[in-house]
Design a protein around this ligand. Structure first.
Ligand code: SF4
Length: 137
């Protein structure tokens, strides 16, 4: 599934969602939110591990995307760092622990916390409007 305008200069106009899917609770919240965002049509969930591994076919698609959303579980910002290391821009960055969700809470509530992250991302995307086109103009 893709969203956004059809790109030029070889871009495909896609919105890709990368989550850290970390072992910590907040990393799992990040991934759950990414899955739900995809189900709601906000973009396509994409493998951050494939970017870290520099898998050629996956890198082509990641480079061609118009918008890359990074959802990190905590302040270590692993997704953002992997994307930046691969010289891929991050159009939107969300951090689960910046939303009042603990990394390892005593009483986790996955459904409520994932929903909070989904709403945050959707609101931020709504405020930002359509992504700036990376175009040869
Ligand atoms: S951002 Fe935090 S939760 Fe996610 S993989 Fe990195 S250390 Fe783990």
């Amino acid at each position: 599934m893709s969203t956004g305008p059809t790109g030029c200069c070889g871009g495909n106009g896609e919105t890709l969602i990368f989550t850290c899917a970390g072992a910590a609770y907040s990393g799992q919240v990040a991934n759950r939110a990414g899955v739900q965002l995809m189900e709601q049509g906000a973009g396509s969930l994409f493998c951050i591990a494939a970017v870290a591994a520099d898998v050629a076919q996956k890198m082509d698609r990641a480079r061609a995307a118009a918008t890359r959303i990074a959802i990190d579980g905590c302040e270590d910002h692993c997704v953002r760092k992997v994307l930046e290391k691969a010289r891929l821009s991050v159009e939107m960055h969300a951090v689960v622990t910046d939303m009042g969700i603990e990394k390892k809470p005593a009483q986790p509530n996955m459904i409520s916390d994932a929903k909070k992250v989904v709403e945050h991302v959707k609101q931020t995307l709504g405020r930002a409007g359509p992504p700036a086109r990376k175009c040869c103009g």
